[in-house]
Structures are given as C-alpha cells and as structure tokens.
Design a binder for this molecule. Structure first.
Ligand code: GMT
Length: 374
C-alpha cells in the first residue's frame, strides 16, 4: 500500500507511535510518505521505503496566525497525486483530520483516497473539548473513513463527549520488545546510584496533566524508608516548578533531571520502578516502554492506564493525587524482593504478549485493507 502518515514530529507519544508504525510498515514493503512540518524525531536515520515531505510555511503580513492546517492540506493533495497514495493516516485529530478531509475533497474528481484518523489523547480529552475546536473535531471524526483510538477508555470518551455514532476500532500503543528489554548489566545504574540505592523513574513532557510534582512527592516519602534516587526524564512547562520543589524538599542530591533524552532504554533498564501519576492518560506509552524493560509501574487510575498496568500484577494503581498510597505501593515493591521479581517478570510478559510491535502493527494493516475495500 502507499500510505501518507501525518503526525506531530516532535517529542510525544502520538509522534512516536506514528513514526514507529510507518517504519514497521515500510519494513513490510509498504511505501510510506510522512507529511509534516519537520522530520519526525524517531526518523533520524535512513529507512528504505520511507520518504519525508516537509510542509513549508510562508509568512505574509496579512496572516497574523500561521495557516498550517491549510498548507498541510495542500501538501497532502500534492503528495497524494504525485505518489498515488491509497490512504492518509493522520495521528492526533487536531488539525490533521480536518486537513485530510479538505485534501480528500480537493482530490475527489481525480482519486478516491481514504482517511484514517487515530485518536491519541488530549485531542479528545482536553483540547478537542474547547468550544473553538469541538465542532471541527466531531465533524472530522465523522467524515473519516476509519477511526482508531489507543484505548477502550478513549473510544468511550469519544463516542460520549462528541455524540458520535460511528464504529471506532481500539488499537493499543505498541513497543519494540526486542529493543526495550531488561538489561541486568546496565552500567548507568552505578553512575546514578553508586551506593546501591533503588531507582525510581518518571519520563514525560512535564505538562500539568502529567503531575510531575506528585512523582517528586511520592519519592520524598519513599526515600525516607528506602535508600533511593529519582530520575526525571523530559522537559516542559512544569520543569521549573519541579526543580523548585526538589530544592524546597532538600532532595537535590537524590533527584536527577536528565532533560530530553534519546537513549531511553539504557536509562529505563537502570531503574527499578516507573511512576506515572497523570491527571489524564489515554494509554501511557511511557509506562509501556518501562514495562517492556521489566519495570513495575505505579500509576494513577485514570484513562487507559488500568487497561495497561494490570493492578497488583505488573504494578499498582491509585486515585489521582493519592501520593501516600502510591508511595506505599512503591515501598512495598522495593522492600519485597520476591514480589518485585514477580511483578517485574509480569510487566515484561504483558508487554511482550499484548503490546509487542509485531502483534499490534498487523491490526493497522488489516484495518487499512478493510477501509480500502469499503
Ligand atoms: O494527547 C497528548 O497529550 C499528546 C499525545 C502525544 O502526542 O504524546 O499523548 C497521547 O498519546 C500517546 C500515544 O498514543 C498516549 O500513550 C498518551 O497516553 C496520550 N497522552 C495523554 O492522554 C495525556
């Protein structure tokens, strides 16, 4: 198949899933065309059957706001015509699904291109609900030829919040479990915890929805009971507040901010427990990557996290903001070696059995075929 993929190219789960999906499909012989304003960050090296098309933006004094959605639609038309695309698969509804709709309308006389929209999270649960976007999100979902959501939670939210009467297929996030796998000899561990301390880890884009300060508060309780360190990976608007909290709690020597990092596998495999206390999380790709590396997860009980984590099996879930309970769960795991080992194995097994890239990508392929045949 010849597939156009549009996503946000910067750091973020939807961009990771879109790019890894494109690469996996290209490996299977499909022709993949990424259409976006920048090269997706996971596409740094050459991949056979993958082409990148940059959406160029021109500025003009009359345009006070950049007209990206329109430039994207024009680029989609150009690529679809020139490369004879079968379908456009857009990730994150705003504005990609609307641009794809426009492109399909423009191409109507010439070709019957199909649109598949994958809903990822805040496009539905947060931004999409704003009055300035809601009608457009509803419209572009209804007009897509196929819609997928990354969890049952997100599917239900979409159907009820937007009053949509359309079939939405749930295809979960996935991970390459050959890449994300435990490594007991990881040298980075000694660097972070030279005294043999346990290591807690959180990775995110440091937006309010991630409640990174909760991760720090949880750690503050844990480190009083178990010698431990906290690694924070990522960057974003809440980072300064987090650094302030760490100073205020006198934890500077025990909390390490690593900023944005590419070598996530090495950092994860050096760690013991993954924290994800989010306010909202439609799936939780970061937690899945940690599970694949054998890390039990302690999370809030929101969104798609209960579908992923498996309470009391691969980790624990607690109410949003229940820092004490989450800390208790972490301590329980860290002081019970046998329990920890079982949870760690369960986490890895669940990632391999249910969310491995080779198991999930065929669901997208089958769905493409179904939509193209309809
Ligand atoms: O919705 C967002 O906040 C952005 C999006 C992204 O681009 O990172 O994240 C969402 O998509 C991921 C991939 O499907 C999911 O694993 C994340 O749970 C989801 N984030 C939220 O729901 C907050």
């Amino acid at each position: 198949m010849k597939i156009g993929i549009t996503c946000y190219p910067t750091y973020g789960g939807s961009g990771v899933i879109a790019t890894e999906l494109g690469k996996a499909l290209a490996l299977k012989g499909h022709q993949i065309h990424f259409i976006s304003y920048a090269l997706p960050f996971r596409l740094a090296s050459f991949v056979e059957n993958v082409v990148f098309h940059e959406v160029e933006m021109s500025s003009y004094p009359l345009f006070e706001f950049p007209l990206y959605s329109l430039a994207l639609a024009s680029k989609m038309v150009e690529v679809a015509e020139y490369e004879k695309l079968d379908l456009l698969h857009v990730h994150y509804a705003i504005p990609h699904a609307a641009s794809a709709f426009l492109a399909r309308e423009m191409l109507k006389e010439k070709t019957d291109i199909k649109i598949i929209t994958t809903l990822h999270g805040t496009d539905i649960t947060l931004v999409g609900l704003e009055p300035s976007f809601l009608p457009l999100v509803k419209f572009s979902i209804e007009k897509s030829d196929g819609v997928t959501a990354v969890s049952r939670f997100l599917k239900e939210k979409t159907l009820t919040n937007y009053d949509i009467h359309k079939d939405i297929l749930v295809i979960p996030n996935f991970v390459d479990t050959e890449l994300f796998k435990p490594n007991p000899d990881c040298s980075f561990r000694k660097n972070i915890a030279p005294g043999g301390e346990k290591i807690l880890i959180h990775t995110s884009n440091f937006r309010p929805v991630k409640r990174v300060t909760d991760a720090i508060q949880i750690f503050n309780i844990v480190q009083k009971e178990v010698p431990s360190k906290l690694i924070l990976v990522g960057d974003g608007p809440d980072r300064s507040e987090c650094e302030r909290l760490v100073r205020q709690l006198n934890l500077i020597d025990k909390v390490k901010f690593l900023g944005k990092q590419d070598g996530l596998v090495e950092i994860l495999t050096a760690s013991d427990v993954f924290l994800i206390p989010s306010q909202s999380e439609s799936f939780g790709l970061a937690a899945l990557e940690a599970m694949a590396c054998g890390l039990p997860v302690v999370s809030s009980s929101v969104g798609g996290l209960p579908e992923l984590v498996g309470h009391n099996e691969c980790g624990f879930i607690a109410e949003i903001g229940d820092i004490d309970r989450m800390a208790k769960y972490v301590i329980d795991l860290l002081i019970n070696e046998k329990k920890y080992r079982i949870f760690s194995q369960n986490a890895r097994e669940r990632a391999v059995k249910k969310f491995d890239i080779n198991k999930v990508v065929p669901h997208y392929e089958d769905y493409y075929k179904k939509v193209l045949d309809s």
